[in-house]
Design a protein around this ligand. Sequence first.
Ligand SMILES: Nc1ncnc2c1ncn2[C@@H]1O[C@H](COP(=O)(O)OP(=O)(O)OP(=O)(O)O)[C@@H](O)[C@H]1O
Ligand SMILES: [Mg+2]
Length: 261
Amino acid sequence: MTDTARIIAIANQKGGVGKTTTSVNLATAMAACGRRVLLVDFDPQGNASTGFGIKLDARRDANSYRLLTGEVGAREACYKTDIAGLDVLPAIVDLSAAEIELAEVDAREFRLQTALQIVVAHYDYIFIDCPPSLGLLTINALCAADCVIVPLQCEFYALEGLSQLMRTIQMVQQGLNRHLVVQGIVLTMHDSRNKLSEMVANDVRAHFRNLVYNTVIPRNIRISEAPSFGQPVLIYDLKCAGAQAYVALAAELLSQEKEAV
Ligand SMILES: Nc1ncnc2c1ncn2[C@@H]1O[C@H](COP(=O)(O)OP(=O)(O)OP(=O)(O)O)[C@@H](O)[C@H]1O
Ligand SMILES: [Mg+2]
């Protein structure tokens, strides 16, 4: 383990594919494996923050928007969760203004990277939950990150947009962040009884081969219930198939890292 965090952006500009669910539960599973983890909520919708039950009042002063504007430092903006080793840097809706406000600022793509420098030594992993767009927020996440994990929903339009995401990642690799890599693609909301789900999963594996995680996240009702209790599914119902899939995904990520070393 190095002495600075490995920063992982969870990105896909397509909406509702499981970015936040993957960020919240993979971060929780990694903390459960004894790693020091920070989850940065970088989506103005603030779903990851709500998913941990962080009330709006508690995040009004210190959040990812004010981190970008320089009004707060990363250390003040990190919120301790009830889960040992897991902190969240929450988001509020004001973050949507950053796309426009940053447009004229120098080094606008590197605001997040710069702001996180002060905490990288405090964590083993930093996950960034990206918004469903390829705007300046996602570009900031890709510039701050060492790697990207792409959640892909097992449905007909899944592959649509993936080439655009890959082109954006390439553009960042060529001009802004040369060491960025795609860590993996994770298939989400998979329904083994649904033929289409199977076909999409097979197609994605045929195209992307080793880049696709063996672990597939099943469509699971407990996963969708957990956020309304302000809990990751691992806390809400550890035994359910959805929670167990995220535990398996964390194990796969850890073994990838071991191989890389
Ligand atoms: N494996 C799953 N089984 C059942 N429901 C799921 C699963 N994964 C995600 N969901 C539900 O699907 C919806 C979209 O998931 P999520 O919010 O994680 O996607 P997202 O990509 O972050 O969305 P957005 O693009 O809006 O940020 C949520 O209501 C979530 O609870
Ligand atoms: Mg989301």
